[in-house]
Write a protein that binds this ligand. Sequence first.
Ligand code: UD1
Ligand code: MG
Length: 460
Amino acid sequence: MAAGKGTRMKSKLPKVLHLLAGRALVQHVVDTAAELQARQVTVITGHGAPEVEAALSTVTRATGQLDINFVRQEPQLGTGHAIQQAVPVLRDDGLVVVLSGDVPLTQADTLTQLISACAGDKLALLTIDFANPTGYGRIVRKGDAVQAIVEQKDASAAQLKITEVYSGIMAVPAKQLKSWLARLDNKNAQGEYYLTDIVKFAVADGFPVVAHKISDAAQVAGVNSPVQLAELERTYQKRVALQLMEQGVRLADPSRLDVRGTLTCAQDVAIDVNCVFEGLVSLGEGVHIGPNCVIKNASIAAGAVIHPFTHIEGGEPGSKNAIEVGPGALIGPFARLRPGAKLGAEVHIGNFVEVKNSTLAKGAKANHLAYLGDATVGERVNYGAGSITANYDGANKHRTVIEADVHIGSNCVLIAPVTIGAGGTVGGGSTLSKDAPPLALTVARARQVSIPNWKRPAKK
Ligand code: UD1
Ligand code: MG
Protein backbone atom coordinates (compact mmCIF):
# COMPACT_ATOMS: atom_id res chain seq x y z
CA MET A 1 0.00 0.00 0.00
CA ALA A 2 1.52 3.25 -1.13
CA ALA A 3 -1.45 5.48 -1.81
CA GLY A 4 -1.44 7.57 1.35
CA LYS A 5 -0.62 11.25 1.30
CA GLY A 6 1.95 11.74 4.02
CA THR A 7 0.78 15.22 5.01
CA ARG A 8 3.16 15.38 7.95
CA MET A 9 6.22 15.14 5.73
CA LYS A 10 5.28 18.69 4.58
CA SER A 11 6.86 17.91 1.23
CA LYS A 12 5.85 17.99 -2.44
CA LEU A 13 7.47 14.59 -2.89
CA PRO A 14 5.10 11.66 -2.24
CA LYS A 15 5.94 10.23 1.17
CA VAL A 16 6.97 6.79 -0.06
CA LEU A 17 9.56 8.34 -2.39
CA HIS A 18 11.52 9.95 0.41
CA LEU A 19 14.92 8.32 0.66
CA LEU A 20 16.21 6.11 3.40
CA ALA A 21 19.82 4.99 2.93
CA GLY A 22 19.65 6.30 -0.64
CA ARG A 23 16.59 4.24 -1.62
CA ALA A 24 12.94 5.30 -1.70
CA LEU A 25 10.95 4.00 1.27
CA VAL A 26 8.69 1.99 -1.02
CA GLN A 27 11.76 0.60 -2.79
CA HIS A 28 12.89 -0.94 0.49
CA VAL A 29 9.52 -2.65 0.77
CA VAL A 30 9.61 -3.90 -2.83
CA ASP A 31 13.18 -5.14 -2.35
CA THR A 32 12.13 -7.06 0.76
CA ALA A 33 9.30 -8.64 -1.22
CA ALA A 34 11.85 -9.58 -3.88
CA GLU A 35 13.98 -11.24 -1.20
CA LEU A 36 10.97 -13.41 -0.37
CA GLN A 37 10.89 -14.50 -3.99
CA ALA A 38 7.41 -13.12 -4.32
CA ARG A 39 5.74 -14.32 -7.51
CA GLN A 40 4.31 -10.90 -8.06
CA VAL A 41 4.52 -7.52 -6.37
CA THR A 42 1.54 -5.22 -6.61
CA VAL A 43 1.95 -1.62 -5.58
CA ILE A 44 -1.20 0.33 -4.78
CA THR A 45 -0.66 3.96 -5.64
CA GLY A 46 -2.80 7.05 -5.23
CA HIS A 47 -1.22 10.30 -4.07
CA GLY A 48 1.58 11.08 -6.52
CA ALA A 49 0.81 7.84 -8.40
CA PRO A 50 2.62 8.75 -11.64
CA GLU A 51 5.82 9.67 -9.77
CA VAL A 52 5.73 6.60 -7.55
CA GLU A 53 5.11 4.31 -10.53
CA ALA A 54 7.85 5.95 -12.59
CA ALA A 55 10.37 5.71 -9.74
CA LEU A 56 9.69 2.03 -9.16
CA SER A 57 9.54 0.95 -12.76
CA THR A 58 12.90 2.55 -13.49
CA VAL A 59 14.49 0.49 -10.76
CA THR A 60 12.63 -2.62 -11.80
CA ARG A 61 13.71 -2.23 -15.41
CA ALA A 62 17.29 -1.87 -14.26
CA THR A 63 17.24 -5.03 -12.15
CA GLY A 64 14.74 -6.77 -14.42
CA GLN A 65 13.99 -9.55 -11.97
CA LEU A 66 10.63 -8.72 -10.50
CA ASP A 67 7.13 -8.88 -11.86
CA ILE A 68 5.78 -5.60 -10.49
CA ASN A 69 2.41 -4.15 -11.30
CA PHE A 70 0.59 -1.05 -10.25
CA VAL A 71 -2.97 -0.55 -9.17
CA ARG A 72 -4.43 2.87 -8.55
CA GLN A 73 -6.62 3.74 -5.61
CA GLU A 74 -8.49 6.98 -6.19
CA PRO A 75 -9.83 8.31 -3.89
CA GLN A 76 -8.30 6.75 -0.78
CA LEU A 77 -11.11 5.30 1.29
CA GLY A 78 -9.09 3.21 3.70
CA THR A 79 -6.74 0.24 3.82
CA GLY A 80 -9.50 -2.26 3.00
CA HIS A 81 -10.49 -0.17 -0.02
CA ALA A 82 -6.82 -0.08 -1.05
CA ILE A 83 -6.54 -3.87 -1.09
CA GLN A 84 -9.92 -4.14 -2.86
CA GLN A 85 -8.34 -2.36 -5.83
CA ALA A 86 -5.79 -5.14 -6.13
CA VAL A 87 -8.37 -7.96 -6.21
CA PRO A 88 -8.38 -8.29 -10.02
CA VAL A 89 -4.61 -8.91 -10.12
CA LEU A 90 -4.38 -11.30 -7.16
CA ARG A 91 -4.34 -14.95 -8.15
CA ASP A 92 -6.66 -17.26 -6.20
CA ASP A 93 -3.96 -19.82 -5.53
CA GLY A 94 -1.66 -17.22 -4.01
CA LEU A 95 -0.80 -16.09 -0.55
CA VAL A 96 -0.95 -12.33 -0.06
CA VAL A 97 1.46 -10.48 2.20
CA VAL A 98 0.17 -6.98 2.93
CA LEU A 99 2.94 -4.42 3.45
CA SER A 100 2.99 -0.65 3.77
CA GLY A 101 5.11 1.49 1.49
CA ASP A 102 6.12 3.67 4.42
CA VAL A 103 7.41 0.84 6.67
CA PRO A 104 10.88 0.27 5.25
CA LEU A 105 12.78 -1.83 7.78
CA THR A 106 10.80 -5.05 7.98
CA GLN A 107 13.23 -7.94 7.57
CA ALA A 108 12.67 -10.74 5.11
CA ASP A 109 13.16 -13.44 7.75
CA THR A 110 10.39 -11.91 9.86
CA LEU A 111 8.06 -12.13 6.88
CA THR A 112 9.19 -15.68 6.18
CA GLN A 113 8.13 -16.57 9.72
CA LEU A 114 4.81 -14.80 9.22
CA ILE A 115 4.26 -16.74 6.00
CA SER A 116 5.05 -19.98 7.84
CA ALA A 117 2.48 -19.02 10.47
CA CYS A 118 -0.06 -18.46 7.69
CA ALA A 119 0.90 -21.76 6.07
CA GLY A 120 -1.61 -21.14 3.29
CA ASP A 121 -4.60 -21.89 5.51
CA LYS A 122 -4.62 -19.28 8.26
CA LEU A 123 -4.87 -15.53 8.58
CA ALA A 124 -1.56 -14.49 10.15
CA LEU A 125 -1.14 -11.05 11.72
CA LEU A 126 2.19 -9.52 12.62
CA THR A 127 1.76 -7.99 16.06
CA ILE A 128 3.87 -6.26 18.68
CA ASP A 129 3.46 -5.02 22.25
CA PHE A 130 3.74 -1.28 22.71
CA ALA A 131 3.89 0.39 26.12
CA ASN A 132 2.10 3.26 24.41
CA PRO A 133 -0.26 1.73 21.83
CA THR A 134 -2.02 5.02 21.00
CA GLY A 135 -3.11 5.23 17.38
CA TYR A 136 -2.73 1.57 16.56
CA GLY A 137 -5.32 -1.14 15.97
CA ARG A 138 -5.60 -3.33 19.10
CA ILE A 139 -5.50 -7.13 19.00
CA VAL A 140 -8.62 -8.28 20.84
CA ARG A 141 -8.38 -11.82 22.18
CA LYS A 142 -10.78 -14.15 23.93
CA GLY A 143 -8.57 -16.36 26.00
CA ASP A 144 -5.69 -16.90 23.63
CA ALA A 145 -7.67 -16.75 20.41
CA VAL A 146 -7.59 -13.58 18.32
CA GLN A 147 -11.12 -12.23 17.89
CA ALA A 148 -10.71 -8.90 16.11
CA ILE A 149 -8.61 -5.84 15.47
CA VAL A 150 -10.24 -2.72 16.83
CA GLU A 151 -9.02 0.64 15.61
CA GLN A 152 -8.08 3.34 18.15
CA LYS A 153 -11.04 5.53 17.27
CA ASP A 154 -13.53 2.67 17.55
CA ALA A 155 -12.14 1.08 20.72
CA SER A 156 -13.88 0.91 24.09
CA ALA A 157 -12.10 2.12 27.22
CA ALA A 158 -11.22 -1.49 28.06
CA GLN A 159 -9.89 -2.18 24.54
CA LEU A 160 -7.74 0.97 24.63
CA LYS A 161 -5.80 -0.63 27.47
CA ILE A 162 -4.67 -3.51 25.24
CA THR A 163 -0.98 -3.15 24.47
CA GLU A 164 -0.73 -5.74 21.70
CA VAL A 165 -1.21 -3.92 18.40
CA TYR A 166 -1.51 -4.80 14.73
CA SER A 167 1.64 -3.84 12.87
CA GLY A 168 -0.11 -3.25 9.55
CA ILE A 169 1.43 -6.43 8.10
CA MET A 170 -0.44 -9.66 7.49
CA ALA A 171 -0.20 -12.85 5.43
CA VAL A 172 -3.44 -14.28 4.12
CA PRO A 173 -4.60 -16.77 1.46
CA ALA A 174 -5.81 -14.79 -1.58
CA LYS A 175 -9.07 -16.68 -2.03
CA GLN A 176 -10.32 -16.00 1.51
CA LEU A 177 -9.00 -12.44 1.42
CA LYS A 178 -11.10 -11.70 -1.65
CA SER A 179 -14.26 -13.08 -0.08
CA TRP A 180 -13.77 -11.02 3.08
CA LEU A 181 -12.91 -7.84 1.17
CA ALA A 182 -16.26 -8.12 -0.59
CA ARG A 183 -17.97 -7.92 2.81
CA LEU A 184 -16.29 -4.73 4.11
CA ASP A 185 -18.27 -1.64 4.94
CA ASN A 186 -17.32 1.78 6.24
CA LYS A 187 -19.63 2.00 9.22
CA ASN A 188 -17.02 3.03 11.74
CA ALA A 189 -15.68 6.10 13.49
CA GLN A 190 -13.56 7.16 10.50
CA GLY A 191 -16.00 6.22 7.73
CA GLU A 192 -13.23 4.13 6.11
CA TYR A 193 -13.04 0.63 4.70
CA TYR A 194 -10.76 -1.05 7.22
CA LEU A 195 -8.67 -3.98 6.07
CA THR A 196 -8.50 -4.96 9.72
CA ASP A 197 -12.22 -5.82 9.70
CA ILE A 198 -11.41 -9.03 7.82
CA VAL A 199 -10.29 -10.53 11.13
CA LYS A 200 -13.83 -10.62 12.47
CA PHE A 201 -15.06 -12.19 9.21
CA ALA A 202 -12.41 -14.91 9.48
CA VAL A 203 -13.44 -15.58 13.06
CA ALA A 204 -17.13 -15.72 12.03
CA ASP A 205 -16.24 -18.18 9.23
CA GLY A 206 -14.33 -20.39 11.66
CA PHE A 207 -11.12 -19.65 9.73
CA PRO A 208 -8.04 -19.80 11.98
CA VAL A 209 -6.44 -16.48 12.89
CA VAL A 210 -2.94 -16.42 14.35
CA ALA A 211 -0.79 -13.62 15.68
CA HIS A 212 2.94 -13.70 15.11
CA LYS A 213 4.34 -11.37 17.73
CA ILE A 214 7.74 -9.74 17.38
CA SER A 215 9.62 -7.40 19.71
CA ASP A 216 11.78 -5.32 17.33
CA ALA A 217 9.79 -2.10 16.91
CA ALA A 218 11.99 -0.80 14.09
CA GLN A 219 10.70 -3.55 11.82
CA VAL A 220 7.15 -2.23 11.97
CA ALA A 221 7.89 1.47 12.37
CA GLY A 222 6.32 3.72 9.78
CA VAL A 223 7.58 7.04 8.50
CA ASN A 224 5.17 9.91 8.92
CA SER A 225 7.46 12.87 9.55
CA PRO A 226 11.03 14.01 8.88
CA VAL A 227 11.87 13.19 12.50
CA GLN A 228 10.74 9.59 12.11
CA LEU A 229 12.55 9.34 8.78
CA ALA A 230 15.80 10.47 10.40
CA GLU A 231 15.29 8.04 13.30
CA LEU A 232 14.82 5.09 10.97
CA GLU A 233 17.80 6.18 8.90
CA ARG A 234 19.96 5.94 12.04
CA THR A 235 18.43 2.58 12.94
CA TYR A 236 19.28 1.29 9.47
CA GLN A 237 22.81 2.69 9.56
CA LYS A 238 23.41 1.20 12.99
CA ARG A 239 22.41 -2.22 11.63
CA VAL A 240 24.84 -1.85 8.72
CA ALA A 241 27.66 -0.66 10.99
CA LEU A 242 27.15 -3.62 13.32
CA GLN A 243 27.23 -6.09 10.44
CA LEU A 244 30.45 -4.55 9.13
CA MET A 245 32.12 -4.63 12.54
CA GLU A 246 31.05 -8.24 13.03
CA GLN A 247 32.93 -9.02 9.81
CA GLY A 248 36.01 -7.34 11.28
CA VAL A 249 35.79 -3.89 9.72
CA ARG A 250 37.17 -1.25 12.06
CA LEU A 251 34.93 1.78 12.21
CA ALA A 252 36.32 4.76 14.07
CA ASP A 253 32.76 5.57 15.11
CA PRO A 254 29.82 3.39 14.05
CA SER A 255 27.46 6.32 14.53
CA ARG A 256 29.32 8.37 11.93
CA LEU A 257 29.03 6.07 8.92
CA ASP A 258 26.45 6.17 6.14
CA VAL A 259 26.04 3.37 3.66
CA ARG A 260 23.54 4.22 0.94
CA GLY A 261 23.91 1.11 -1.13
CA THR A 262 26.12 -1.93 -0.69
CA LEU A 263 29.54 -1.82 0.89
CA THR A 264 31.62 -4.98 0.85
CA CYS A 265 34.88 -5.16 2.76
CA ALA A 266 37.73 -7.64 2.81
CA GLN A 267 39.85 -8.27 5.91
CA ASP A 268 41.45 -5.46 7.90
CA VAL A 269 39.58 -2.55 6.41
CA ALA A 270 39.53 0.60 8.54
CA ILE A 271 37.10 3.46 8.00
CA ASP A 272 37.48 6.77 9.77
CA VAL A 273 34.61 9.08 10.74
CA ASN A 274 32.00 10.76 8.52
CA CYS A 275 32.35 8.63 5.42
CA VAL A 276 29.46 8.12 3.00
CA PHE A 277 29.32 5.10 0.69
CA GLU A 278 26.85 5.06 -2.18
CA GLY A 279 25.90 2.53 -4.81
CA LEU A 280 28.22 -0.46 -5.01
CA VAL A 281 31.53 -0.04 -3.23
CA SER A 282 34.05 -2.77 -2.51
CA LEU A 283 37.14 -2.32 -0.37
CA GLY A 284 40.00 -4.79 -0.63
CA GLU A 285 42.14 -6.19 2.13
CA GLY A 286 43.78 -3.60 4.37
CA VAL A 287 42.19 -0.60 2.67
CA HIS A 288 42.12 2.51 4.85
CA ILE A 289 39.57 5.25 4.31
CA GLY A 290 40.35 8.57 5.95
CA PRO A 291 37.75 10.84 7.52
CA ASN A 292 35.14 12.71 5.47
CA CYS A 293 35.31 10.72 2.25
CA VAL A 294 32.34 10.26 -0.09
CA ILE A 295 32.68 7.16 -2.26
CA LYS A 296 30.22 5.96 -4.89
CA ASN A 297 30.36 2.96 -7.25
CA ALA A 298 34.01 2.13 -6.84
CA SER A 299 36.20 -0.87 -6.36
CA ILE A 300 39.25 -0.11 -4.25
CA ALA A 301 41.93 -2.79 -4.24
CA ALA A 302 44.01 -4.16 -1.38
CA GLY A 303 46.27 -1.83 0.52
CA ALA A 304 45.00 1.37 -1.07
CA VAL A 305 44.75 4.40 1.21
CA ILE A 306 42.12 7.05 0.65
CA HIS A 307 43.19 10.15 2.52
CA PRO A 308 40.71 12.61 4.11
CA PHE A 309 38.13 14.62 2.15
CA THR A 310 38.33 12.58 -1.02
CA HIS A 311 35.34 12.44 -3.36
CA ILE A 312 35.07 9.35 -5.54
CA GLU A 313 32.01 9.28 -7.75
CA GLY A 314 31.76 6.37 -10.17
CA GLY A 315 28.96 5.91 -12.70
CA GLU A 316 26.63 2.91 -12.99
CA PRO A 317 28.00 -0.05 -11.03
CA GLY A 318 29.63 -2.60 -13.32
CA SER A 319 29.76 -0.18 -16.28
CA LYS A 320 32.85 1.39 -17.81
CA ASN A 321 32.07 4.43 -15.71
CA ALA A 322 32.54 2.62 -12.42
CA ILE A 323 35.79 3.54 -10.70
CA GLU A 324 38.74 1.27 -10.05
CA VAL A 325 41.55 2.08 -7.67
CA GLY A 326 44.50 -0.30 -7.86
CA PRO A 327 46.36 -2.04 -5.06
CA GLY A 328 48.50 0.19 -2.90
CA ALA A 329 47.25 3.40 -4.51
CA LEU A 330 47.33 6.61 -2.46
CA ILE A 331 44.46 8.97 -3.11
CA GLY A 332 43.91 12.40 -1.61
CA PRO A 333 43.61 14.32 0.59
CA PHE A 334 41.09 16.43 -1.34
CA ALA A 335 41.19 14.31 -4.50
CA ARG A 336 38.30 13.96 -6.92
CA LEU A 337 37.77 10.81 -8.98
CA ARG A 338 34.96 11.04 -11.50
CA PRO A 339 33.23 8.43 -13.69
CA GLY A 340 35.57 6.14 -15.60
CA ALA A 341 38.70 6.77 -13.52
CA LYS A 342 40.76 3.56 -13.67
CA LEU A 343 43.84 3.73 -11.52
CA GLY A 344 46.46 0.98 -11.51
CA ALA A 345 48.64 -0.28 -8.71
CA GLU A 346 50.48 2.28 -6.60
CA VAL A 347 49.08 5.26 -8.44
CA HIS A 348 49.25 8.50 -6.44
CA ILE A 349 46.56 11.15 -6.81
CA GLY A 350 47.15 14.11 -4.55
CA ASN A 351 45.35 17.19 -3.36
CA PHE A 352 43.02 19.05 -5.73
CA VAL A 353 43.59 16.60 -8.56
CA GLU A 354 40.58 15.67 -10.69
CA VAL A 355 40.55 12.50 -12.80
CA LYS A 356 37.73 11.71 -15.26
CA ASN A 357 37.41 8.90 -17.81
CA SER A 358 41.14 8.26 -17.63
CA THR A 359 43.37 5.26 -17.16
CA LEU A 360 46.55 5.59 -15.14
CA ALA A 361 48.96 2.65 -15.27
CA LYS A 362 51.03 1.33 -12.41
CA GLY A 363 53.04 3.88 -10.47
CA ALA A 364 51.75 6.98 -12.30
CA LYS A 365 51.57 10.10 -10.14
CA ALA A 366 49.61 13.33 -10.29
CA ASN A 367 50.16 14.87 -6.92
CA HIS A 368 49.01 18.47 -6.99
CA LEU A 369 46.33 20.72 -8.53
CA ALA A 370 45.84 18.93 -11.84
CA TYR A 371 43.21 17.70 -14.29
CA LEU A 372 43.31 14.45 -16.24
CA GLY A 373 40.25 14.02 -18.47
CA ASP A 374 39.94 11.44 -21.28
CA ALA A 375 43.58 10.52 -20.86
CA THR A 376 45.59 7.31 -21.09
CA VAL A 377 48.58 7.56 -18.81
CA GLY A 378 51.43 5.05 -18.87
CA GLU A 379 53.45 3.48 -16.08
CA ARG A 380 55.55 5.71 -13.84
CA VAL A 381 54.40 8.93 -15.50
CA ASN A 382 54.87 12.01 -13.34
CA TYR A 383 52.25 14.63 -14.06
CA GLY A 384 53.22 18.05 -12.73
CA ALA A 385 51.37 20.47 -10.54
CA GLY A 386 48.80 22.62 -12.28
CA SER A 387 48.87 20.69 -15.56
CA ILE A 388 45.68 19.91 -17.44
CA THR A 389 44.43 17.99 -20.40
CA ALA A 390 42.37 20.30 -22.61
CA ASN A 391 40.04 17.52 -23.66
CA TYR A 392 37.07 19.53 -24.89
CA ASP A 393 37.15 21.68 -28.03
CA GLY A 394 33.74 23.16 -27.33
CA ALA A 395 31.94 20.45 -29.28
CA ASN A 396 33.79 17.15 -28.94
CA LYS A 397 35.98 15.38 -26.41
CA HIS A 398 39.43 14.17 -27.45
CA ARG A 399 41.98 11.85 -25.86
CA THR A 400 45.39 12.58 -24.51
CA VAL A 401 47.93 9.76 -24.50
CA ILE A 402 50.90 10.03 -22.17
CA GLU A 403 53.18 7.06 -22.64
CA ALA A 404 55.27 5.32 -20.01
CA ASP A 405 57.95 7.20 -18.07
CA VAL A 406 56.92 10.62 -19.35
CA HIS A 407 57.54 13.59 -17.11
CA ILE A 408 55.08 16.44 -17.56
CA GLY A 409 56.31 19.63 -15.90
CA SER A 410 54.16 22.05 -13.97
CA ASN A 411 51.42 24.16 -15.46
CA CYS A 412 51.26 22.45 -18.86
CA VAL A 413 48.24 22.44 -21.15
CA LEU A 414 47.97 19.32 -23.29
CA ILE A 415 45.55 20.17 -26.08
CA ALA A 416 43.89 16.91 -27.13
CA PRO A 417 44.12 14.93 -29.28
CA VAL A 418 47.80 14.72 -28.44
CA THR A 419 50.35 12.00 -27.65
CA ILE A 420 53.50 12.37 -25.58
CA GLY A 421 55.94 9.63 -26.56
CA ALA A 422 57.48 7.29 -24.00
CA GLY A 423 60.23 8.71 -21.84
CA GLY A 424 59.61 12.25 -23.05
CA THR A 425 59.79 15.34 -20.90
CA VAL A 426 57.53 18.36 -21.31
CA GLY A 427 58.94 21.61 -19.96
CA GLY A 428 56.94 23.50 -17.36
CA GLY A 429 54.46 26.00 -18.71
CA SER A 430 54.23 24.37 -22.14
CA THR A 431 51.06 24.40 -24.18
CA LEU A 432 51.17 21.41 -26.52
CA SER A 433 48.98 21.23 -29.59
CA LYS A 434 51.14 18.69 -31.46
CA ASP A 435 52.49 15.27 -30.55
CA ALA A 436 55.78 15.18 -28.66
CA PRO A 437 58.31 12.50 -29.64
CA PRO A 438 59.65 9.88 -27.24
CA LEU A 439 62.73 10.59 -25.12
CA ALA A 440 62.87 14.29 -26.16
CA LEU A 441 62.52 17.42 -24.08
CA THR A 442 59.63 19.32 -25.59
CA VAL A 443 59.15 22.95 -24.65
CA ALA A 444 56.30 24.99 -26.10
CA ARG A 445 56.38 28.41 -24.56
CA ALA A 446 58.01 31.75 -25.28
CA ARG A 447 61.73 31.79 -24.66
CA GLN A 448 62.81 33.71 -21.63
CA VAL A 449 64.34 37.08 -22.43
CA SER A 450 65.86 39.65 -20.11
CA ILE A 451 66.24 43.30 -21.11
CA PRO A 452 69.14 44.74 -19.15
CA ASN A 453 68.80 48.01 -17.23
CA TRP A 454 65.13 48.18 -17.92
CA LYS A 455 63.58 51.38 -16.52
CA ARG A 456 60.07 51.21 -15.24
CA PRO A 457 57.84 54.12 -16.34
CA ALA A 458 57.78 56.90 -13.76
CA LYS A 459 54.81 59.13 -12.85
CA LYS A 460 54.83 62.50 -14.62
C1 UD1 B 1 -3.39 0.87 10.08
C2 UD1 B 1 -4.23 -0.25 10.69
C3 UD1 B 1 -3.95 -0.34 12.18
C4 UD1 B 1 -2.49 -0.58 12.43
C5 UD1 B 1 -1.65 0.52 11.75
C6 UD1 B 1 -0.19 0.17 11.81
C7 UD1 B 1 -6.25 -0.23 9.34
C8 UD1 B 1 -7.67 0.17 9.27
N1 UD1 B 1 -5.62 0.07 10.47
O1 UD1 B 1 -3.83 2.06 10.67
O2 UD1 B 1 -4.70 -1.39 12.73
O3 UD1 B 1 -2.20 -0.60 13.79
O4 UD1 B 1 -2.00 0.62 10.35
O5 UD1 B 1 0.55 1.25 11.33
O6 UD1 B 1 -5.73 -0.82 8.42
N2 UD1 B 1 -3.21 3.50 2.66
C9 UD1 B 1 -3.61 3.42 1.35
N3 UD1 B 1 -4.87 3.77 1.03
C10 UD1 B 1 -5.78 4.20 1.96
C11 UD1 B 1 -5.35 4.28 3.30
C12 UD1 B 1 -4.07 3.92 3.63
O7 UD1 B 1 -2.83 3.04 0.48
O8 UD1 B 1 -6.90 4.50 1.57
C13 UD1 B 1 -1.85 3.11 3.00
C14 UD1 B 1 -1.06 4.23 3.64
O9 UD1 B 1 -0.38 4.98 2.66
C15 UD1 B 1 -0.10 3.47 4.54
C16 UD1 B 1 -0.90 2.23 4.93
O10 UD1 B 1 -1.91 2.10 3.95
O11 UD1 B 1 1.04 3.06 3.83
C17 UD1 B 1 -1.52 2.34 6.33
O12 UD1 B 1 -2.39 3.44 6.35
P1 UD1 B 1 -2.58 4.37 7.62
O13 UD1 B 1 -3.52 5.43 7.30
O14 UD1 B 1 -1.25 4.75 8.17
O15 UD1 B 1 -3.28 3.32 8.59
P2 UD1 B 1 -3.57 3.56 10.11
O16 UD1 B 1 -4.80 4.31 10.25
O17 UD1 B 1 -2.37 4.08 10.77
MG1 MG C 1 -0.85 5.39 10.10
